[in-house]
Design a protein around this ligand. Structure first.
Ligand code: HEC
Ligand code: HEC
Length: 276
């Protein structure tokens, strides 16, 4: 991979990597900047004051990448159908939804859907169908264990109706993501390789194949993951790998994560945080 040098002007375009199985097109890594002056959100929360880079990564569209995704959509569309059935929220629901979002959810996910702490995912701009599915999965229904096991979110969803969940999903989905950035230049090449090409030698599908070249996802099943906190992405990949998180339709993410090493997870998580 041809990484741009620091001196290189913003929006410089590097050569295509080539050989990427799913999307070997040009990549544009731009907006390099030192972070020690402007540590942004993390600084306010006492994060270590180290000099790290803000790296935004521009992936270009390549039509081939949706191939795997289309196949998987066929596989899991049926499973998901019941979950995405619609019922419109009443005005009373809507008022409660806004109050809930602003007074409860905002504490961890940010009033604008952009979370401050990396342990809490940002929700802004996420596809509503995906947000709804997660809220549904966090809650225990009919005394059965929740499909996505998380103590905090189990408490948050316990009193929510499906209409509330749909409303909250719409609320956060309509907000604008303030994307994170990649911070580890030394692992960008590895992250990019996994993102764009996977690793055929160990049956690892490319992330781009399902999450889209720029990580914006394919609604409603494939979430947008670009610009998410790297630490959150890393934690989810590890949870999928050991099967702690098991709400992925057709084992899609458990299959992927089981083929990733710790180092690969870190690299691809950092890369994804910088994707645009
Ligand atoms: C005390 C902190 C806290 C509060 C309050 C909270 N959440 Fe969360 N939320 C979390 C954490 C932590 C996770 C990640 C769980 C995990 O690691 O699996 C999460 C995950 C989620 C996800 C899954 C996102 C994804 O990308 O998969 C959704 C959706 C969500 N929360 C919505 C809400 C809504 C809606 C509310 C308000 C009703 C809320 N949360 C309140 C901490 C919180
Ligand atoms: C075969 C399709 C497929 C491939 C390939 C794939 N994913 Fe996913 N991914 C999914 C699906 C489907 C979900 C949503 C699971 C759910 O509904 O809870 C998901 C969810 C995720 C999540 C959780 C998002 C959140 O907000 O909690 C992360 C992180 C993620 N994928 C990262 C990756 C990375 C990194 C790669 C490449 C190493 C990858 N995925 C490859 C299908 C795929």
């Amino acid at each position: 991979m041809d990484l741009p040098a620091f001196e290189r002007p913003a929006k410089a375009i590097s050569a295509a990597e080539g050989g990427g199985r799913s999307c070997g097109r040009a990549i544009d890594i731009s907006k390099w900047a030192w972070r020690n002056k402007d540590m942004g959100k993390r600084k306010e929360h006492g994060a270590k004051r180290v000099a790290v880079y803000n790296i935004s990564i521009q992936e270009r569209h390549a039509p081939e990448v949706t191939m795997i995704a289309r196949f998987s959509i066929l596989l899991i569309a049926l499973t998901a159908q019941s979950v995405f059935a619609q019922t419109a929220p009443t005005p009373a629901d809507q008022a409660r939804i806004k109050l809930t979002a602003e007074s409860i959810c905002a504490a961890c996910h940010g009033a604008d859907g952009n979370s401050i702490l990396a342990v809490n995912p940002s929700l802004a701009g996420q596809h509503p169908g995906y947000l709804f599915k997660q809220l549904h999965d966090f809650k225990s229904w009919d005394g059965k264990p929740a499909v996505r096991d998380n103590a905090v979110m189990a408490g948050m969803t316990a009193a929510l109706s499906e209409a509330d969940m749909r409303g909250l999903a719409a609320y956060f989905s309509s907000q604008t993501l303030k994307p994170e950035t990649a911070k580890h230049r030394e692992t960008l090449a590895l992250g990019q390789k996994i993102w764009r090409a996977g690793d055929t030698s160990k049956g690892l599908a490319s992330c781009a194949g399902c999450h889209g070249p720029a990580g914006k996802g394919i609604p409603p099943l494939y979430p947008s993951i670009h610009g998410q906190h790297a630490e959150y992405i890393e934690a989810q990949l590890k949870a999928f790998r050991v099967g702690e998180r098991k709400n992925d339709p057709a084992h899609a993410m458990r299959d992927v994560a089981s083929r990733l090493t710790d180092a690969e997870i870190k690299a691809v998580a950092d890369y994804t945080a910088g994707l645009r």
